[in-house]
Design a protein around this ligand. Structure first.
Ligand SMILES: [Zn+2]
Length: 282
């Protein structure tokens, strides 16, 4: 991960004001675009693998986090999550700067094409993108990929639905995108008729907490809904994305700092397989 140098940190209020002032920057930040960032970074952190990026941020409510059983507040019901995604949508894929650690391949969705409601409040889907390995962990385990669906509200608040991706069967919904990813920085590609709903697991049980963008400028707050059920992609599909980000493009987990994680999951899911480096913990 990348660490904000302390002297460059804005006051919290300033940071939140900046978010309101520049919605586009916030969305781009969520999209893992590093190109607009002017904040200085620790040179030592740049380009290193996730495991080596374990420095904690000085900001208090950062993402991602390790979802640890003992720290989760289990509740019977959470505000209801309703997906109002169309069955199919045309997306524009953009390589935002591979192999940069804060870059990704982003799929932009046409304005107004898809939204969700949470507890009756409407959030518009702006884009989705991927990280490798997963940013969130469950009891210390990550998965090969994680997908982020970035939503905004009329007041510019941000909500991200995170989907963990395991290795398994080939994913037909992802294939039209991963079968031909834009492999050079700033390359774009139009992909028609993406099966948007099929990119998410059927069940909606989740972990919810207040965090941040996982890319510069690490803006707080961002509402995170991490779905408990994962989806799967094939080894070849994982490799297609990893080839663009050999050192990974995920941020290390951040301290919870007393935040509450709420979940309507009865039992924590266990990943079907683990990263090789962590095989001893499977
Ligand atoms: Zn992301």
């Amino acid at each position: 991960m990348c660490v904000l140098e302390r002297e460059s940190l804005p006051e919290r209020e300033d940071a939140e004001e900046a978010l309101k002032l520049d919605r586009r920057t916030a969305i781009l930040g969520a999209a893992c675009l590093a190109v607009t960032v002017t904040i200085p970074w620790s040179a030592a952190a740049s380009g290193s693998a996730k495991a080596a990026r374990r420095l904690a941020s000085p900001l208090p409510r950062q993402s991602p986090i390790d979802l640890r059983r003992r720290q989760i507040t289990f509740v019977r019901r959470l505000p209801r999550l309703r997906l109002r995604y169309p069955r199919r949508v045309d997306v524009t894929l953009t390589n935002t700067g591979s192999p940069g650690e804060f870059a990704t391949v982003r799929a932009d969705v046409p304005a107004g094409a898809a939204h969700i409601t949470v507890g009756g409040v409407r959030w518009e889907l702006e884009q989705f993108h991927w990280h490798t390995p997963s940013e969130h962990e469950i009891d210390g385990r990550d998965t090969p990929l994680e997908m982020h669906f970035v939503h905004t509200r009329a007041d510019d608040a941000i909500l991200v639905i995170a989907v963990l991706i395991e290795r398994g069967r080939r994913n037909d919904a992802i294939e039209p995108m991963f079968g031909d990813l834009p492999d050079q920085p700033n390359d774009t590609r139009e992909v028609p008729d993406v099966a948007l709903r099929a990119l998410l697991p059927q069940k909606r049980a989740s972990f919810r907490y207040t965090g941040s963008l996982t890319t510069p400028p690490f803006t707080e707050p961002v509402r995170f809904v991490v779905l408990a059920d994962s989806i799967s992609v094939s080894r070849r599909q994982i490799r297609a994305f990893r080839e663009l980000f050999e050192d990974g493009n995920s941020r290390a987990v951040q301290p919870l700092n007393g935040r509450k994680v709420r979940s309507d999951v009865k039992r924590l899911p266990r990943p079907r397989q683990c990263m090789v480096a962590r095989a001893d913990r499977c």
